[in-house]
Design a protein around this ligand. Structure first.
Ligand SMILES: *[C@@H]1O[C@H](CO)[C@@H](O)[C@H](O)[C@H]1NC(C)=O
Ligand SMILES: *[C@@H]1O[C@H](CO)[C@@H](O)[C@H](O)[C@H]1NC(C)=O
Ligand SMILES: *[C@@H]1O[C@H](CO)[C@@H](O)[C@H](O)[C@H]1NC(C)=O
Ligand SMILES: *[C@@H]1O[C@H](CO)[C@@H](O)[C@H](O)[C@H]1NC(C)=O
Ligand SMILES: *[C@@H]1O[C@H](CO)[C@@H](O)[C@H](O)[C@H]1NC(C)=O
Length: 600
């Protein structure tokens, strides 16, 4: 055991054994600085004014250790406390750890808190311990003077247009400490965080167009447990599900196979009693795939394929990054894409290559990538201008020096479709019956090449026959398309963009059109909705105040923009986005009520 972990264990035991009341007391945190203190006192005043508010229905003593979720009377316990009023100390943390295979260091006191608790609570080990009178994952909710719930003391700025989303607040054991530190694909949290800062959140389910269930369905058995606990809970606790049979309810799932990641029994339920949920996943397989023997996981028109959150190191070196563009221009010679087709990566799903005689991968990998990577590798790796390899040390350079880049499926969804688009290389999509992110709402044929699996033998000829003019016009469209594929309002900018067309906003636009034209199939959205068409072409003409986003990659930052690394550092806790209220959009000011917004 290292010294650091001993220190944490000791700290934990201390905290568990002698919970300090002062820790949770509403004492304005001994604020001495003028502004902070004033804010604190104002809030206390507001709370006292909230006379019309129903009295708390939480069990007595809840706020000594926990957070009272006032509107439903639920007392949310921090880790190592339990019971109706969170007054029981969990006897053995190690047992809890074992149950969820959590490492003790995941409890580290530096665990970030969602939106840094909006300065209305204390962040202890990844959970906001809200000041009395505030609740929610980031302490954003309180009673208003009119007896209605309010966000950020009534200072939440709502967007005038677009949809309104209601977010279920779940017990903190469902939403905080373990997922934060254990998530490898935290899209559901980042989406949630953006809902908070986007002006699209409503606390009034009657006014909501959509309902977001913010659970972590990614992590193994925990995922199943969350699903199985949460759905009955929200059905029982809130009126919104039954009002609409679970329609307009959204869940994000980031696993490779979409909802087919779940065990059969869960899938049956999802297919039957829970079939009205809209799943936002990365996996767009919508028909049975006879070669791989994979079942459909996506229902076109019901579910939405959302982009993978890519953070590939160095992809800010895209030739479309304004700084790179300027550099290339200064050099006088544009970069040459003299290679034809590039692919580097797993071909069998592991380190192996397919058997040259049978063309098959080893046991357990026969179905990997529907056999697409294997076929392209075996048939075309020696074609002039093609570079199809299992590994390269010059990945991004290679993508940048080829016209076309293979974007096949993997063990489920891939991510090259997005990455290569960012690097200005035209994606060559192979994988039958698989929809790409935001397809068909976005017409991928305008900036990619789609090749049916049956035509793989013909690939060299197909690519050779794409006219240069078509390559050029498709390349041009990548700049806009790539914006829709990246969560820049959460993660920062790459192409000098302001985030208004980013993946989050694109999803919200799709949800808006769906609400306004419920009977129109998604491939027709651009036809019936002019604003949507303009949006998809990154060509909106309404006035906005561009929000300066921080930029990815310190060395490439625009002179007038902050590096996202600096934003993350601001709160002192490692490199997490969660503790920056509102995400990178609000990098300049961590008070969400002041966070700059590019909308009306
Ligand atoms: C507030 O100040 C008092 C007196 O200095 C101290 O004992 C207490 O720990 C402080 N509380 C917090 C939450 O920092
Ligand atoms: C989380 O807390 C709720 C409410 O206190 C409880 O019913 C549930 O079993 C807990 N779930 C886990 C995974 O601990
Ligand atoms: C889901 O339900 C549909 C009919 O509602 C049925 O055709 C299909 O086989 C079911 N799929 C699974 C995996 O149960
Ligand atoms: C799904 O929604 C439709 C329309 O509201 C409803 O008729 C149907 O019963 C719902 N299905 C389930 C399984 O709740
Ligand atoms: C492309 O051009 C570069 C520089 O002239 C050269 O090194 C490279 O081998 C060429 N690649 C191909 C695939 O022709």
């Amino acid at each position: 055991m290292s010294w650091a972990s001993i220190a944490i264990v000791t700290g934990l035991l201390f905290l568990a054994a002698t919970p300090s009341e002062a820790f949770y007391r509403d004492d304005c945190y001994n604020s001495t600085r003028g502004e902070e203190r004033e804010l604190c006192l104002r809030r206390s005043l507001l709370r006292r004014q909230a006379v019309a508010a129903p009295s708390s229905s939480c069990p007595k003593g809840c706020t000594v250790h926990g957070v009272c979720h006032e509107d439903i009377g639920r007392c949310d316990c921090p880790r190592h406390f339990t019971g109706p009023a969170c007054s029981t100390v969990v006897p053995s943390i190690s047992k809890l750890c074992a149950k969820y295979s959590i490492k003790l260091r995941d409890f580290g006191k530096d665990s970030p808190c969602f939106n840094n608790c909006n300065q209305r609570g204390r962040c202890i080990a990844g959970i906001c311990h809200c000041q009395p009178g505030y609740w929610g994952i980031d302490c954003a909710i309180s009673w208003g003077p009119n007896g209605k719930m309010q966000l950020l003391d009534g200072n939440y700025v709502e967007r005038k247009t677009g949809v309104k989303v209601y977010i279920y607040e779940l017990p903190s054991n469902m939403t905080s400490w373990y997922p934060f530190m254990r998530m490898d694909r935290p899209v559901h949290l980042m989406f949630w965080q953006r809902l908070m800062s986007s002006g699209m959140r409503t606390l009034d389910g009657n006014k909501a167009d959509y309902f977001y269930i913010p659970i972590n369905t990614r992590t193994g058995s925990l995922a199943r447990e969350e699903l199985e606990w949460t759905l009955p809970y929200i059905k029982k606790t809130y009126p919104w599900w039954s009002k609409d049979n679970g329609n307009r309810h959204l869940i994000i799932h980031t696993g490779d196979m979409g909802i087919n990641d779940f065990p059969l029994a869960t899938r049956r339920e999802l297919n039957e009693s829970l079939s009205n949920i809209t799943w936002l996943t990365h996996w767009g397989l919508h028909e049975y795939h006879p070669i791989a023997k994979w079942y459909p996981a996506h229902r076109p028109g019901k579910d939405i394929v959302i982009p993978v959150m890519i953070m590939t190191q160095g992809f800010h070196l895209s030739p479309m990054n304004p700084r790179m563009e300027a550099e290339i221009k200064a050099q006088g010679a544009p970069r040459l894409r003299n290679g034809t087709l590039f692919f580097a990566g797993r071909i069998c799903g592991d380190r192996d290559l397919p058997d040259p005689k049978t063309g098959k991968c080893g046991p357990g990998h026969e179905d990997y990538s529907f056999g697409v990577r294997q076929a392209v590798y075996l048939q075309h790796r020696n074609v002039k201008g093609f570079r199809i390899v299992a590994w390269t040390s010059t990945y991004l350079e290679d993508i940048s020096s080829h016209k076309f880049c293979l974007a096949p499926v993997g063990g489920g969804h891939g991510k090259r479709n997005i990455l290569v688009a960012f690097m200005g290389c035209l994606p060559v999509l192979i994988g039958d019956h698989v929809l790409q992110p935001f397809e068909p709402e976005i017409d991928w044929s305008r900036f990619s090449i789609s090749v049916p699996e049956a035509d793989i033998p013909d690939l060299p000829r197909i690519l050779a026959n794409v006219p240069a003019s078509e390559v050029a016009s498709k390349q041009k469209r990548l700049r806009c398309a790539a914006q829709h594929m990246f969560y820049s309002s959460t993660l920062g900018a790459i192409l000098g963009e302001d985030g208004r067309y980013d993946a989050f906003e694109t999803l919200m636009e799709i949800l808006r059109v769906r609400k306004e034209h419920p009977d129109v199939p998604p491939e027709k959205y651009q036809k019936v909705d002019q604003r949507f068409r303009k949006f998809i072409n990154c060509d909106l003409d309404d006035e906005v105040n561009p929000v300066p986003l921080c930029t990815q990659g310190k060395e490439m930052q625009l002179v007038d923009r902050k590096s996202c690394k600096d934003c993350r550092r601001k709160d002192g806790t490692s490199n997490s986005f969660f503790n920056s209220a509102g995400g990178m959009l609000c990098c300049e000011d961590h008070d969400m009520t002041k966070c700059p917004r590019g909308w009306k």
